[in-house]
Design a binder for this molecule. Structure first.
Ligand SMILES: Nc1nc2c(ncn2[C@@H]2O[C@H](COP(=O)(O)OP(=O)(O)OP(=O)(O)O)[C@@H](O)[C@H]2O)c(=O)[nH]1
Ligand SMILES: [Mg+2]
Length: 444
C-alpha cells in the first residue's frame, strides 16, 4: 500500500513537561520542517532551531532531528521537533505544521506505517504498544524481547518447518504414482512431530506472555462463609472486603490487582454460591458465575472445618472449566488435618498456613512467568491464533493417520500456516489491522 500523505502528532504525553515532541512522517516531512524553521536540516543530526509561525514570528525553539527514509521508525522521512512541553505551545506548533501540509495522525498510525513499510512485523508493532503500557518490570522485559523479534523469529522458525513439511506432502501429490512410498516414509511422521512439539512449546510460551501482559485472572468462588473474602484480604495485604460470620456477606465482585512473585494477578472475590430468594444476592451469584467463565484460574474454596458437602460437590459438577483448584480453608480449626482426597490445598488465613503453596499453585513454582530470560510478551490474539494452528495441525495428523490422504492433509497444513502468519501480519485482514492500531496511543 503506497502512503502518500504526511502525518503529524504530539508524541509526548498530554500535560506540562520540560520537553514536548512533535513527530512528522511522510514525503513532505522535511520540506515542512524546513519551512517551519526557515533553514535546511541535515539527516541524522540534532540541530537547534527556531520554529516560526506564518508571520515569521517565533512560536518556540528547540531541537530538530531529521531521519531520512528508509532509515527511520516508519520507514518514511521523519522529523522530530523537540520544543518545550506546554500543551498550548504544542498545539500552536502542530497547527502550523498542519497548515504547511501535514495532517493529524490517527492513533497508532506511525506504527501502522512502520508495519506497512516492513520495518516491524505485526507482533513487533504490538510489542511497542505493550512495552509502553507494561504494568510490571517482568512485562517490560518480556515486551522488549518481543519487540526485538524473539517471538516473531520463533513463529517464523515454526512456519519454515511447516513449509518444509508442506513441500514434502505436495511433492508427493505431484508424483501420485509414488505416493505409496511417501506414505510409507517415516520422515513425514518425524516432520509432523517436530512441528507439533515446536507449536506446543510456542503456545505455552505465548500463554505465559499473555498472562504477563494482561495479568492472571483468578476467581475465588465457593459456598457462603467458605472464607473467600478472607483469602482476598490476606493476598491483598489489607481489608479490601467485608468479612463477617454471616453467610452471604459479599454481593458485588470485588477486584484487586496484586503482584504474586512478580506476576500481575487480578483477584476476584465473589458472592457465595447458593440458592437465594434475595434479589440482591441472586444478582451477586449471577455475577459470580460470569467471573467463573472469564477466569484463567478458579480457586474453589471449601470450608475445611466442615469438609466437602453435597453443596460443594454440586458446584464442582457445575464447573465446566477444568482449570480449578479445590482449596480447603480454616485449617487452624481442624486438629487432625486429614486431607480430603479431592483437596489440592489446605490453608488458613488466620495463621498463614498453606498460603505460600497456594501462591505457587496460582503462579507456578519458581514463578515460571518471569524467571527465564526467554519469556516473551504476547496478546490474547496470538494465543488464539496458535490454538487454531494447533487444532489444524492436529487435524492434519488425524486425517493422515486415518485416511492417508495427502491432499486433505495438505489443506489442513495450509490453514495451519495461515493462522501462524496472522501473528506476524503476513496474513491479516485490514479490519483486524485497523482494530489493532487504533488501540495504540496517538503519536505512536
Ligand atoms: N478460624 C478461621 N476462620 C476463618 C478463616 N477464614 C475465614 N474465617 C471466618 O469465616 C467467616 C466467613 O469468612 P468470609 O471470608 O467472610 O467468607 P466468604 O466466603 O467471603 O463468605 P460470603 O461473602 O458470605 O460468601 C468469618 O467469620 C471469618 O472470620 C480461617 O482461615 N480460619
Ligand atoms: Mg465474602
Amino acid at each position: 500500500m503506497a502512503v502518500t500523505d504526511t502525518i503529524a502528532a504530539v508524541a509526548t504525553p498530554p500535560g506540562i513537561g520540560g520537553i514536548g515532541i512533535i513527530r512528522i512522517s511522510g514525503p513532505r516531512a522535511l520540506e515542512i520542517a524546513q519551512t517551519l524553521t526557515g533553514t535546511d536540516l541535515e539527516k541524522g543530526r540534532a540541530l537547534f532551531r527556531k520554529f516560526f509561525d506564518e508571520l515569521s514570528h517565533p512560536i518556540d525553539h528547540g531541537l530538530c532531528i531529521y531521519s531520512q527514509s528508509p532509515r527511520s521508525f516508519t520507514g518514511e522521512d521523519v522529523v522530530e521537533i523537540q520544543g518545550h512541553g506546554g500543551p498550548i505551545l504544542l498545539d500552536m506548533l502542530l497547527e502550523r505544521i498542519c497548515a504547511l501540509g501535514a495532517r493529524l495522525a490517527r492513533a497508532g498510525e506511525f506504527s501502522e506505517r512502520a508495519f506497512l513499510n516492513g520495518k516491524l512485523d505485526l507482533a513487533q508493532a504490538e510489542a511497542v504498544a505493550d512495552l509502553i503500557e507494561s504494568g510490571s518490570r517482568a512485562a517490560a522485559k518480556a515486551a522488549i524481547r518481543s519487540l526485538e523479534g524473539l517471538f516473531s523469529s520463533q513463529v517464523r522458525h515454526l512456519v519454515s518447518e511447516l513449509v518444509n513439511l508442506r513441500a514434502y506432502v505436495e511433492a508427493a501429490l505431484d508424483f501420485a504414482e509414488e505416493e505409496i512410498d511417501f506414505l510409507a516414509d517415516s520422515s513425514i511422521q518425524d516432520k509432523l512431530n517436530s512441528c507439533q512439539t515446536c507449536l506446543d512449546n510456542l503456545l505455552k510460551q505465548a500463554e505465559r506472555g499473555r498472562i504477563l501482559n494482561d495479568g492472571l485472572n483468578v476467581a475465588i468462588v465457593g459456598l457462603p462463609n467458605a472464607g473467600k473474602s478472607s483469602l482476598l484480604n490476606y493476598l491483598a495485604g489489607y481489608e479490601v472486603a467485608i468479612v463477617t460470620e454471616i453467610a452471604g456477606t459479599t454481593r458485588d465482585v470485588l477486584r484487586e490487582n496484586i503482584s504474586l512473585k512478580g506476576v500481575p494477578v487480578r483477584i476476584n472475590d465473589t458472592a457465595g454460591l447458593r440458592d437465594s430468594d434475595n434479589p440482591v444476592e441472586q444478582e451477586g451469584i449471577k455475577r459470580a458465575w460470569l467471573e467463573i467463565d472469564k477466569a484463567d484460574t478458579i480457586l474453589l474454596l471449601v470450608d475445611g472445618s466442615i469438609g466437602l458437602t453435597p453443596d460443594d460437590e454440586a458446584i464442582v459438577d457445575a464447573l465446566t472449566s477444568a482449570n480449578y483448584y479445590l482449596i480447603f480453608s480454616k485449617s487452624d480449626l481442624v486438629s487432625n488435618q486429614t486431607k480430603h482426597p479431592m483437596s489440592d490445598y489446605f490453608i488458613s488465613t488466620r495463621t498463614g498456613a498453606g498460603i505460600d503453596a497456594l501462591i505457587d499453585l496460582i503462579v507456578g513454582k519458581d514463578s515460571d512467568y518471569n524467571m527465564d530470560n526467554q519469556t516473551i510478551l504476547a496478546r490474547r490474539r496470538h494465543v488464539e491464533a496458535l490454538i487454531s494452528a494447533q487444532e489444524n495441525l492436529y487435524q492434519a495428523r488425524t486425517i493422515f493417520d486415518d485416511t492417508h490422504s495427502g491432499e486433505l492433509m495438505a489443506e489442513d497444513l495450509r490453514i495451519t500456516q495461515q493462522h501462524l502468519n496472522e501473528i506476524t501480519g503476513e496474513f491479516t485482514s485490514d479490519d483486524l489491522l485497523g482494530t489493532i492500531f487504533s488501540s495504540f496511543c496517538i503519536g505512536k
